[in-house]
Design a binder for this molecule. Structure first.
Ligand code: AMP
Length: 284
């Protein structure tokens, strides 16, 4: 596996792959790899000849009171994990090369970004779409793989790729979980032992909601949201940012449950660690 830091070099390498008729799969990440990232890397490997993983903690997508400065990192370990997953290139640009002092452009998706995480984290998705647009232009991928863990992010990326005619197929990959149900996340490393137990409330609440729907097909959306809130709030460490049942493509609130409904939850543990999770409410 090759490590590249220069945007010019990665673009040259990508052009060279394309000239040789090799397809490129990109997995954008912020590092501190876990098995969720590995699954995305392997999926890219199944779908493309060459896999590029970007590792860049993007300052544009963090709010002023968020964890940009403390975001976990373990570069040597990440290199080993990516290499073992069959990644061809780990692309780790630095901040100065990504955003010059004159940098003045934002990619902004309206509508889809206004609620849910966009409501709690103003400007977050503008940062995501802007960096992903840059990464696409630098790495010239045919496909790019994103996790359904960040469900709203995936919807927003699909939208800007459609709107701006990026010639990239966007692949969503299901949430990878710990054996106990907790959705894997780099931020799980912030959790102390007792907080880990509280964090499990997310996946427990999701299972509970799915059971409610299985047992009562006509249950009101507001009933599920209320019952999920009650389950989460049994944990004193947990505060709720949002619990919403939405249509999976539009992210608009559902009035009744259908195969298209998705439950999205964001909580804070001890007002310190923000965790998200989601699931469809019907089927498997
Ligand atoms: P991050 O490094 O947290 O920005 O995540 C990089 C990519 O990995 C994003 O597309 C995430 O949605 C995806 N991802 C993170 N955690 C998981 C998970 N538990 N399962 C599947 N994909 C994930």
């Amino acid at each position: 596996m090759k490590v590249i830091t220069s945007p010019v070099e990665i673009q040259t390498v990508a052009q060279d792959f394309r000239a040789k008729q090799l397809t490129i799969g990109l997995v954008p990440t912020m590092g501190f790899f876990h098995n969720g990232h590995v699954a995305l890397m392997k999926e890219a490997g199944r779908r493309a000849d060459k896999v590029i993983v970007s590792l860049f903690v993007n300052p544009l997508q963090f709010g002023p009171s968020e964890d940009f400065d403390t975001y976990p990192h373990a570069f040597e370990k990440d290199c080993q994990i990516a290499e073992d997953a069959g990644v061809d290139i780990l692309y780790t640009p630095n901040k100065k090369d990504m955003y010059s002092e004159e940098f003045a452009t934002t990619i902004q998706v309206k509508g889809l970004t206004s609620g849910l995480c966009g409501g709690d984290r103003p400007g977050h998705f503008d940062g995501v779409t802007t960096v992903v647009g840059k990464l696409f232009n630098q790495t010239l991928p045919h496909i790019a793989v994103f996790g359904e863990k960040d469900f709203q992010q995936l919807a927003v990326i699909r939208q800007f790729v459609r709107d701006l005619d990026f010639p990239v197929s966007i692949i969503g990959y299901p949430i990878v979980r710990e054996a106990n149900g907790l959705a894997m996340s780099s931020r799980n490393s912030y959790l102390k032992k007792d907080e880990m137990d509280a964090a499990l409330c997310l996946s427990t609440a999701i299972r509970y909601a799915k059971n409610l729907v299985r047992k009562q097909q006509n249950i009101a959306v507001s009933d599920i949201e209320k019952k999920v809130a009650d389950t989460l709030l049994k944990h004193s460490e947990c505060t709720i940012d949002y619990i919403q049942i939405v249509h999976q493509n539009t992210l608009q609130n559902c009035t009744q449950i259908s195969s298209d409904s998705i439950l999205l939850i964001a909580v804070k543990i001890n007002n310190r660690i923000r965790l998200i999770d989601n699931s469809k409410l019907t089927g498997g």
